[in-house]
Design a protein around this ligand. Sequence first.
Ligand code: F6P
Length: 334
Amino acid sequence: MEENKQKTIAVLTSGGDAPGMNAAVRAVVRTGCENGARVLGIRRGYAGLMENDITELNIRSVSDIIHRGGTKLHSARSKRFCTEEGMAEAIQVCRNNDISGIVVIGGDGSFRGARDLSLRGVNCVGVPGTIDNDIACCDYTIGYDTALNTIMDMVDRIRDTSESHERCSVVEVMGRRAGYLALNAGIAIGATAILLPEIDFDIERDVIDRIRRTQRTGKKHFIIVVAEGVADSMKAQGIEGVSGLSAYIQENLKVESRATVLGHVQRGGSPSVKDRVVGSTMGNYAAHLLLSGVGNRVVAMQKEQIVDYDIFEALKMTKTIDMDMYRAALEIGI
Ligand code: F6P
């Protein structure tokens, strides 16, 4: 791989933060420095890029961050960056700082920005960082494993008290458009019912009847896992959020019920081994792509191997829920 030693490359984190982003930032910075490049850290994602909120980083600037949740570079979602004016400002800042390429750590929305910058001559390489695991070209996104473990720990605690009081606990987990967190957490915690945005459901059949069936086998406490992305489908069935579902269960089954929205606790915390390792190796891979003059790529994990895709192709791909896994969850969550 022919690498240009004089390059200036940059790194930013964008969209919802995810545990392991720091490991990826650290890897980009150290790979760049070790290969003779100047490395800049762009704070607050594309918003910081437009505002020239940029600092030069060296090998030691990224010490002691591999084990930290969140992102030391901070993150943001910027509407202005999606406009022509915003894009022009960003390009100008790249020119002023001599930036030849940027590693963009984030989700699909962030990759659309990376594609648009690449089209305008600033090479970008995307690294998938989101707890939702909803990037189509990747089997795995940085942050997913840590978030799943956090959800499992939290729901195990809810389960203790749910069991003591013989209650039903309805737990909402993150995932606006994707049910990977809900499905996998649901299996890991032994949920009686799991509602996902990808799969049509009927509250009577898929929640009430399932609880009734398990009641007949002697079960007295229940966990229902709900992805946040099913709110509209529940509303269409007359149920307002997880508290509405909890009240509905209580009224129809005479089982005392409580609702919990786990919220942003799912996004924080020290990254797991997997997120540190995947973040580090993907960051290293992405920096090498940029250093060899390659842009408009997304780094991905496929069958445990790190590969890369053209961003246009990556954004066209779709990802579906593993129906065998869903069926297994229903069969054993009884
Ligand atoms: O995309 C990651 C994610 O955590 C989603 O699961 C969630 O819907 C969203 O971000 C929450 O975003 P915010 O932190 O802006 O409320």
